[in-house]
Design a binder for this molecule. Structure first.
Ligand code: FEO
Length: 387
């Protein structure tokens, strides 16, 4: 339960959620951390807290350093309960503490926990003097709630970035030069695709504002802290937020009697013949949050479903609902599937993909089982359309 000093008198005092496997529908195979940071200065300041069930862990870490009742300020960069959930307990133990948050943060915290606490509202450009150091605030609404803000400590060159640059990754290591960089980046990509993607425009504004700051440490509220590879994660955020994709096609489907699966593989052949990287993503075996990670840099999103009870299969419907909410822009799509009678699934998929704003290839609709000749035609039609 050790705290970790990240700079003199500034400590990581968060909680490690080793067992977390589901974060509101996002599959977190590697667990997560909720990072809280303690600054011991004339005014003792805690930046963010942890999920309610890890509050004792956080308190143990704080208690190694100071008596928690000495906390003067709790900076709440974000209302979501994975970061604010321990505030009620904390305020019982630290009654003199003042909560510092954005205007929407104060509103949101009052809706969650009542209005009996002392609040200080801050906006972009405001400064909080905590003794030898000061804290600056930068509001970043909708990255990814209306209340989000960043806290920057110019004296220490630390950006407390909250959800931005975060990863759901439980580890005993705290820094980017202590853990496998590929895994950090993979989890950062998954986090971006599943949480941040709809707010890419706001991320670009945030990156622009952050580029004017002198930063040696990026301390997010989930996962690993960046000190060596800040340029790499910023470069990735620039790419992901600019909606740039690679020459990559996803073939996402479910199947009843393997006819739609056969179509899916014929579609894949067409893309591969044209030099595309492909991913075959059967919804029976792939979680929708892992598929979204692939969507982040894919040009084509092809979705297949047989017709089941005049509709698409529930697994496919679930994925489409999730995809539409996360709203990737400027992609291309394809609706395909097999049917026995009716055949409504393909039309439903077509409309759903159109609603996403995607340009669509010609639908593929096959009665019962595709013949070898039909599979060849599917492949050749794909090659012709994407050439
Ligand atoms: Fe990690 Fe939006 O909370």
């Amino acid at each position: 339960m050790n705290s970790v000093e990240i700079k003199k008198d500034i400590y990581w005092v968060g909680g490690i959620d080793w067992d977390l496997r589901n974060f509101h529908g996002y599959m977190t195979q590697r667990g997560s951390t909720y990072n809280a940071y303690l600054i011991v200065d004339d005014k003792v300041t805690l930046i963010d807290t942890v999920k309610h069930y890890l509050r004792d862990e956080m308190f143990e870490r704080i208690s190694e350093i100071i008596d928690p009742s000495k906390i003067d300020y709790v900076v709440s960069n974000h209302v979501e309960m994975d970061h604010s959930g321990s505030i009620p307990y904390l305020m019982k133990k630290c009654p003199k503490a003042k909560i510092v948050a954005s205007p929407n943060g104060v509103k949101g915290l009052k809706k969650h926990y009542g209005d009996s606490y002392n609040y200080k509202t801050v906006k972009t450009g405001d400064t909080l003097d905590i003794g030898k150091r000061e804290l600056n605030f930068l509001l970043t609404p909708m990255v990814h709630w209306p209340d989000n803000m960043l806290t920057y400590c110019p004296d220490e060159k630390i950006l407390f970035s909250n959800d931005s640059f975060g990863q759901h990754l439980a580890s005993s290591e705290r820094f980017d030069d202590e853990y496998e960089l590929d895994i950090i980046m993979e989890e950062a990509k998954k986090y971006y695709a599943n949480i941040v993607l709809p707010y890419s425009m706001q991320v670009q504004n945030e990156l622009k504002a952050a580029s004017e700051l002198d930063i040696e440490i990026v301390a997010p509220s989930h996962g690993i802290i960046f000190r060596k590879y800040i340029d790499k994660i910023v470069e990735k955020y620039k790419k992901w937020s600019s909606n740039k994709y690679d020459k990559k096609a996803l073939i996402i489907y479910d199947t009843m009697w393997k006819s739609t699966k056969k179509i899916a593989y014929a579609v894949q052949n067409g893309f591969e013949e044209n030099g595309y990287n492909t991913r075959m993503l059967n919804l029976q075996y792939n979680h929708i949050s892992d598929i979204m990670t692939e969507v982040l840099n894919a040009e084509y999103i092809c979705i297949g479903s047989p017709t089941l009870n005049n509709n698409i299969m529930p697994t496919v419907a679930s994925f489409i609902t999730y995809l539409k909410g996360l709203a990737p822009r400027d992609r291309k799509g394809l609706a395909f599937g097999s049917y026995g009678w009716g055949g409504q699934s393909i039309g439903i998929l077509h409309e759903e993909l159109k609603d996403c704003g995607f340009d669509l290839l010609e639908d593929i609709k096959i009665n019962y089982i595709p013949s070898e000749k039909q599979l060849d035609e599917i492949k050749n039609n794909i090659i012709e359309q994407i050439s």
